[in-house]
Design a protein around this ligand. Structure first.
Ligand code: LLP
Length: 438
């Protein structure tokens, strides 16, 4: 997919770059991002919305993969940006991302984070709870400014992959519950707070969703709420944010829709629902994370050791693992992989791919069918662009890999590989523990 192909030497090539050369130049493990594919996904979303005729914003949910170079691409493609912490906000600001297109999320924004976002004059706060509502109003008041807000509501729709359910009252740490009236009370309170400019509401129903029914159900609930709020409070929503969650194909088991299908269904449903209620069709915002960058990423590892437990299992171990991809260990997530330097060879065995961390659960693939791997072979795991680098850790003090963007035969480092010095950079040895020199 994307710009990936197998070249004349039987090597995996991405963005016109031979992965064997990338390994030589940058070392492994290495995150490789197909820049053209990221841009293609961004354009698919933007074009589908343009075709719908609705006013819209596509906010990239930066939590999926937040580095300065990615913020530059998001800006160049005309996306908005969803940030959820001071760290993501700082990344965006230092990358020169237009502040009016930044949306700030989170269920526990600290006063320091709110201050930073107010200083930057970001475009919108997605307010999550009553504590934040009052705090934000007070802090905006101190600088006599009025801030744009969406109120995050919990619509009572939950969707994961193939299933979506209407949950009635939802037990969620996020947002104001619609079912128990908290969402209405929040609107009433927000309306009375003079430093908040209420744009509308936000709802996010889950992640890695393959069907449009959950989104349609959310549109229904949000529209019902909008009408109720207009009738009882005289407040008309300008914006409806429907969150992210659009699924991608990690393995053959996954059957996502095209971006244009998700957007088309959402746009139709919004138009129909609001028009039939005689309500001015609001601006629609969405927040895709995974589907913007997930399939653009490939992780390249070097195979080190391997072992066979006769009649039980075969293991190959790679030079990374749960520290650069926690998803298999955390969620049991499935991936596909090939030997990047022997991409034309037929599979001859079934193996479990283990990482190098001191933990039995450090595995990234099960039942992988590949040619017999030798020490020094390169293993390429696909679809690692979202929630991999973003969730990487230094467990075992393993250094986090470099990230390169590849396009048109050029590879650029966008995150340097951590050094040994980086590993101890924040360590402090108190004087009383200093090593005594005789
Ligand atoms: N908007 C909100 C409010 C969200 O909470 C999320 C994801 C998104 C947008 C983006 O959702 P996406 O389009 O990426 O599905 N670490 C997990 C995923 C956690 C998603 C959390 N929120 C994973 O690796 O699967």
């Amino acid at each position: 997919h994307g710009t990936s192909k197998i070249n004349g030497q039987g090597h995996l090539e991405i963005g016109g770059c031979d992965t064997s050369k990338l390994a030589e130049t940058f070392g492994t493990p290495l995150y490789i991002m197909d820049e053209a594919l990221i841009r293609q996904r961004a354009r698919e979303y933007m074009e589908a919305f343009r075709a719908s005729g609705l006013t819209f914003q596509v906010a990239y949910a930066s939590k999926a993969f937040c580095v300065q170079a990615m913020c530059r691409i998001a800006d160049e493609e005309g996306l908005s940006l969803d940030v959820v912490s001071d760290g993501e906000l700082h990344t965006a600001l230092t990358a020169g991302f237009p502040t009016e297109r930044i949306h700030f999320h989170g269920n526990n924004k600290t006063p320091e984070e709110i201050e930073m976002a107010l200083d930057a004059q970001i475009g919108c706060f997605v307010v999550d709870n009553f504590v934040e509502l009052k705090l934000l109003n007070a802090m905006a008041g101190e600088r006599s400014s009025k801030v744009n807000v969406l109120l995050r509501i919990t619509p009572g729709v939950e969707a994961h992959t193939h299933e979506f359910i209407s949950t009635g009252q939802t037990d969620s740490k996020f947002g104001f519950d619609l079912g128990n009236g908290a969402a209405y009370t929040a609107m009433e309170e927000a309306k009375a707070l003079e430093n908040l400019n209420i744009l509308g509401v936000h709802s996010h129903i889950g992640s890695q969703i393959f069907e449009v029914d959950g989104f349609k159900m959310a549109v229904d609930k949000v529209a019902g709420f909008a009408i109720d709020v207009r009738d009882r409070l005289g407040l008309t929503f300008e914006v409806i944010n429907l969150g992210g969650g659009f699924g991608i194909r990690y393995t053959a088991e996954d059957t996502p829709l095209q971006m244009s299908q998700y957007v088309g269904a959402i746009a139709d449903s919004v138009k129909q629902t609001f028009e039939s209620a005689g309500y001015p069709v609001p601006e629609i915002w969405i927040e895709p994370g995974r589907s913007m960058v997930g399939d653009a990423g490939t992780t390249l590892y070097t195979v080190g050791t391997y072992k066979e437990i006769p009649g039980v299992n075969k293991y190959i171990a790679v030079d990374g693992g749960m520290t650069d991809n926690i998803r298999p260990a955390l969620y049991g997530s499935k991936y596909e992989a090939i030997l990047a330097n022997r991409a034309n060879e037929a599979a001859t065995e079934k193996v479990t791919v283990a990482g190098k961390a001191c933990e039995s659960g450090d595995k990234i693939l099960w039942d992988l069918e590949i040619p017999k791997a030798e020490t020094g072979d390169l293993l390429a795991v696909s679809c690692t662009g979202a929630y991999n680098y973003a969730m990487a850790s230094n467990y075992n003090r393993i250094r986090r890999p470099a990230v390169v963007f590849v396009a048109d035969g050029q590879a650029d480092v966008v995150v340097k590989r951590e050094s040994h010095q980086d590993i101890v950079v924040n360590d402090v040895i108190p004087a009383r523990l200093a090593k005594k020199v005789e």
